[in-house]
Design a protein around this ligand. Structure first.
Ligand SMILES: Nc1ncnc2c1ncn2[C@@H]1O[C@H](COP(=O)(O)OP(=O)(O)OP(=O)(O)O)[C@@H](O)[C@H]1O
Length: 357
């Protein structure tokens, strides 16, 4: 047994059609941690989750979940995890209550606990009033809420939530966040993927970012934001078409510290720099001297959106860094220690195998 809820090393998954979905992924998640797993569409998040919950067998590498070997002992893994998949697992012909009772059966929840557990979960996901209605009549959001509840009936040691709040309105999302926090506070390890970076920021102790099947960054939200390399100065121009010229002005080596990045935006430019706040007014003066009219500006701390865009290089209209070779992407990718980082792995030839929960 380890103290890790998840210890995955050098994991590769190649699908039967030859798609190398995951390569050389290392993931170490501590017991009790609230862990976020982010990445663009098709990066390999669901493939990793399915491997961790034993629905897919890795092509290479080792996976231990809650101290059990996922390849040699998948049943023990499944008994100790909950999994809320992206695609619904609820039965549309059953009522909300019946779906939860069915999940209690499937997960072996003691009979004496079931009524209280189901009532609590129905209330949590705001379905108490429709407990006796069939799920087929539910909206997409209601189905999602019911789905989340079914993954939690057995109070698993570790729960995988694959985009659990997609499609929920903010109030329902907030209620789920509260519940996820509460179960995490009670000791449940949470492994979350989400398309809402604010959600990851609010909830997660630590994050990994996966891109094209490889982990490209990890750290706490605060660490990752620090690695963006300073604060972000946004400048709005009267004529956004002047953003090229404005970027050239901002690239002047006299202006910002080494490592700054300048990017064009729809309304002007954005400068990410350690000294963005103190040197911002110098940039405004330089722009005025160049005959470029500024209509607004602000300085803000980086968000996880900035981290994500920097690390995945997906921010449009990116302009090269100034006065040095470092860019925001490189800064975020560089890690102080070697654990949990990117490891090159060879794709093996066998495809993944499916299984049941
Ligand atoms: N059954 C499959 N057979 C072949 N390729 C697959 C299969 N499932 C997924 N893939 C491919 O593997 C890669 C990773 O997919 P995966 O669903 O794990 O990504 P993801 O990060 O979860 O994406 P999303 O955010 O869109 O759900 C993609 O290129 C995808 O097309």
């Amino acid at each position: 047994m380890t103290d890790y809820a998840i210890e995955a090393r050098d994991v590769a998954v190649t699908y039967a059609d030859g798609t190398e979905a995951v390569r050389g992924v290392d993931l170490l998640v501590d017991e009790g941690e609230f862990f976020g797993f982010l990445g663009p569409n098709g990066a390999g998040k669901t493939t990793v989750i399915k491997t961790l919950v034993t629905l897919l067998r890795p092509t290479a590498g080792s996976v231990e979940v809650n101290g059990f070997d996922a390849i040699a002992d998948p049943h023990s893994v499944r008994a100790t995890v909950g999994y809320m998949a992206q695609e619904t697992s609820i039965d549309p012909e059953l009522t909300a209550y019946e779906n939860l009772r069915f999940a209690c059966d499937a997960y072996g929840v003691p009979k004496a606990d079931r009524t209280e557990r189901i009532d609590e979960l129905l209330e949590l996901v705001e379905l108490t009033d429709v407990a006796d209605k069939v799920a087929d009549d539910f909206s997409g959001g209601m189905k999602k809420r019911l789905d989340a509840a079914t993954a939690l009936v057995h109070r698993p040691q570790l729960v995988f939530l694959d985009e659990p709040t997609t499609g929920l309105d903010p109030a329902a999302r907030n209620r789920l966040w509260e519940y996820f926090r509460r179960i995490n506070d009670e000791g449940t390890t949470v492994f979350l993927t989400t398309q809402y970076l604010e959600e990851a920021d609010q909830l997660c102790d630590r994050l990994s970012v996966i891109q094209r099947g490889r982990v490209v960054a990890d750290g706490s939200p605060a660490e990752l934001k620090r690695r963006v390399g300073g604060e972000i100065l946004g400048v709005d121009l009267a004529d956004p078409a002047a953003s090229d010229r404005a970027a050239t002005v901002a690239r002047d080596e006299e202006l910002f510290a080494e490592g700054a990045t300048i990017e064009r935006t729809e309304s002007g430019i954005e400068v990410t720099a350690r000294d963005a706040r103190t040197r911002g007014t110098d940039l405004l003066v330089a722009l005025r001297d160049a005959g470029i009219e500024v209509v607004g500006f602000d300085v803000r701390a980086p968000t996880l959106d900035d981290v994500f865009l920097a690390v995945t290089d997906e921010r449009p209209n990116s302009v090269e860094g100034v006065g040095g070779e470092s860019t925001a992407a490189e800064a975020v990718r560089s890690k102080p220690t070697g654990d949990g980082g990117t490891v090159d792995g060879e794709g093996a030839e066998t495809g993944g195998t499916g299984g049941n929960r």
